[in-house]
Design a binder for this molecule. Sequence first.
Ligand SMILES: CC(C)(COP(=O)(O)OP(=O)(O)OC[C@H]1O[C@@H](n2cnc3c(N)ncnc32)[C@H](O)[C@@H]1OP(=O)(O)O)[C@@H](O)C(=O)NCCC(=O)NCCS
Length: 192
Amino acid sequence: MTTTYFRRYCMQVDLRNGWTPRSLSPLPPGFELWPWKESLREAHARAKYESFREEMDANIFSCLGNEEGCRRLMRDISFRDGFLPEATWLLVHHSAERKTGVPCGTIQAIRTGPRVASIQNVGVSPAFRGRGLGSWLVNHSLQGMHRSQFEFGQLEVTASNLGAIRLYERLGFHRLKVVHKSTDVRSFPSPL
Ligand SMILES: CC(C)(COP(=O)(O)OP(=O)(O)OC[C@H]1O[C@@H](n2cnc3c(N)ncnc32)[C@H](O)[C@@H]1OP(=O)(O)O)[C@@H](O)C(=O)NCCC(=O)NCCS
């Protein structure tokens, strides 16, 4: 067991001065974004697990790499004082083969300062990436923050997660500071 330090960026988007959501191409057919309700907590946990289980972040935050950990994390986030239902969305995929929609993406946010809201985790299941769905989730979460009068949206991202960083930069985030997260790891896959 060795202690490893991961470089992460705290990123921020300024929601003041006439901020408007980026215009995105329409959601692809078969996908819907569902607003938060308690009864969707388990679906968020499942989407979180599917999105993070094979990713570098599951080595930094071990709860992301197992289903029970994701359930616990969703409970913790949704019971926190500053939980922001208006900036929390579930992505659901409907297919001809299944009667009910399948959760395939999630984003949640909490208040972290009087004027600051922070995205906790955003993830899209591997099979559905690269179609603009992650951008939709982030955009919708920022709209919820903006409607609730927050002035800044923030998040933390592992420095090697280049695809996610590009996505955030396209949506107006910039790097605010570097933070280091230490974790005890047995082994971890190569960075993304
Ligand atoms: C980060 C993550 C949420 C992005 O989700 P996504 O649905 O793939 O995001 P998008 O499709 O909006 O953007 C990703 C890429 O698809 C491209 N894209 C965007 N819209 C598209 C569309 N309509 N059709 C095809 N490609 C599109 C983007 O240009 C982008 O390309 P890039 O790699 O050159 O930047 C996803 O990769 C993920 O869940 N990763 C694992 C968990 C994780 O690391 N989360 C972030 C923690 S901070």
